[in-house]
Write a protein that binds this ligand. Structure first.
Ligand SMILES: Cc1ncc(COP(=O)(O)O)c(C=O)c1O
Length: 439
């Protein structure tokens, strides 16, 4: 597939969907409110490219919002899934491949002594938080503004991604839940310290994205995660790393291996399932022992650890292990993309900042050094991004329809994709600059 240059027209499928799907979508970000149009209705994907129902092709940087790490339609994953499907898709009993996958994760993540599989990142984070409450017998949770940990009641307000939920009953969250969740600014270790001192013996857990990827790409400042680790130890709170995005995407042992900070519990998801729904949480043995049936914390799921998703996960891990330098090659492609976007933005002087970490790239219309928290992330100019998104779409490049989300690369994004994207961006940024000038 090669990307085509075209003026996008509203996708037929999108208009039809508005009658039958609530709001026209199954996840609000797909409605594309920040860019003024829904993401085109996609019918297939191969490698780094996707095709919409009108036959237009795009170089894809949404990539399922993170799960696609090898390629769209990867043949190794497809073969494994189809073989598993022919042997029964769900049993409601443990099967050996599920156990073998748990062994592989425990080997890759030294902080995890055992794991439990679930189907979504939301479930993983929700279950880890419940477990931490039971383990500590405390009720309050600390999390950080702009981080996103799924859409459970505890996690949805003042969150990142495209949640846009306020801490009110209008978001469907009860005041009891709001009362038990303390939301602090990311990267502010003094706020964490103050809160733990003021709430001595009340805080069950701190949940954090070690590399925050839901308010654009926001890196932890030096000492932040280490400080949170120490404070959790001092105040008896469980440290939960939400590595739903970063876990398998950044390297075999996730962000925790790269950054050298060991959490008590870890949540995985997205890329873990090789493109199928699979997530997990795991960690210290004494904490995991509180889970039923051994302990008192119930958590379960009809499709948890299902053979299809597990087969896809093994195929993904096999593919990564079979390719020496898999992550180095992937990250090098992202570095090349970020460098190209950065120089295009600098040449035009249109005030865009590019941040990259591993295979994640963020371009946002905001002057100054990269943002360190949600307040700074919100200073990005939405009109410029909307104009840029549309101009890139016209040039055959599919970006996330919100500055809160990132560009994700896969192993199938080649140098030709990167060069085509940078060339498109050089032209599209001009459109974005013009949009800003009109403000
Ligand atoms: C860091 C993080 N945690 C949790 C979730 C929730 O995962 P899911 O959408 O699979 O429920 C997401 C989803 O975007 C995420 O980015």
């Amino acid at each position: 597939m090669s990307p085509t240059t075209h003026a996008p027209t509203p996708a037929r499928e999108t208009h039809r969907s508005q009658r039958w799907l609530a709001g026209g979508v199954d996840s609000p970000v797909r409605a594309g409110l920040p860019v003024g149009a829904p993401t085109p209705a996609l019918v297939e994907g191969h490698g780094s490219r996707v095709r919409d129902e009108d036959g237009r092709e795009y170089i894809d940087y949404i990539c399922g919002y993170g799960p696609v790490l090898l390629a769209h339609g990867d043949k190794r994953v497809a073969r494994a899934v189809s073989k598993a499907a022919a042997a029964g898709t769900v049993f409601g009993a443990t099967h050996p491949e599920e156990v073998r996958l748990a062994q592989r994760l425990v080997a890759a993540f030294p902080s995890m002594e055992s794991v439990r599989f679930v189907s979504t990142g939301t479930e993983a984070c929700m279950s880890a938080v419940r477990l931490a409450r039971a383990f500590t017998r405390r009720e309050k949770i600390i999390r950080f503004e702009g981080c996103y940990h799924g859409h459970s009641d505890d996690m949805i307000f003042s969150a990142g991604a495209s949640s846009l939920s306020a801490a009110t009953i209008a978001s469907g969250v009860s005041s009891g839940v709001i009362h038990d969740v303390l939301v602090l600014p990311y990267n502010d270790i003094f706020a964490v310290d103050r809160t733990l001192r003021a709430r001595r013996n009340e805080v069950a857990a701190i949940i954090v994205e070690p590399v925050a990827a839901n308010m654009g790409l926001c890196l932890p400042v030096a000492g932040f995660l280490e400080g949170v680790r120490d404070l959790c130890r001092s105040f008896g709170a469980v440290l939960i790393f939400d590595e739903v995005i970063t876990g398998i995407r950044l390297g075999a042992g996730g962000a925790q291996a790269l950054l050298g900070v060991r959490p008590d519990l870890t949540c995985l998801g997205k890329a873990l399932g090789g493109g199928l729904p699979l997530a997990a949480f795991g960690g210290r043995g004494d904490i995991m022992a509180k889970l039923a049936p051994d302990g008192t914390v119930f958590q379960g799921g009809t499709f948890s650890g299902n053979p299809l998703s597990v087969a896809a996960a093994h195929a993904l891990l096999d593919a990564i292990e079979s390719e020496t330098g898999f992550y180095a090659a992937l990250d090098a492609r992202a570095t090349r993309l970020a460098a190209g976007l950065r120089s295009a933005a600098t040449a035009l002087g249109c005030g865009a900042t590019v941040v990259q970490y591993g295979s994640m790239v963020d371009l946002r219309f905001r002057l100054g050094p990269p943002h360190a928290n949600m307040r700074e992330s919100s200073q990005a100019d939405p009109r410029s991004y909307a104009a840029y998104y549309q101009a890139m779409l016209e040039r055959g490049v599919l970006l996330p329809p919100s500055q809160m989300e990132l560009m994700f690369l896969t192993a199938s994004h080649g140098d030709e994709d990167i060069d085509a994207t940078v060339a498109a961006a050089a032209a599209a940024l001009k459109a974005a600059c013009r949009a800003k000038d009109k403000v």
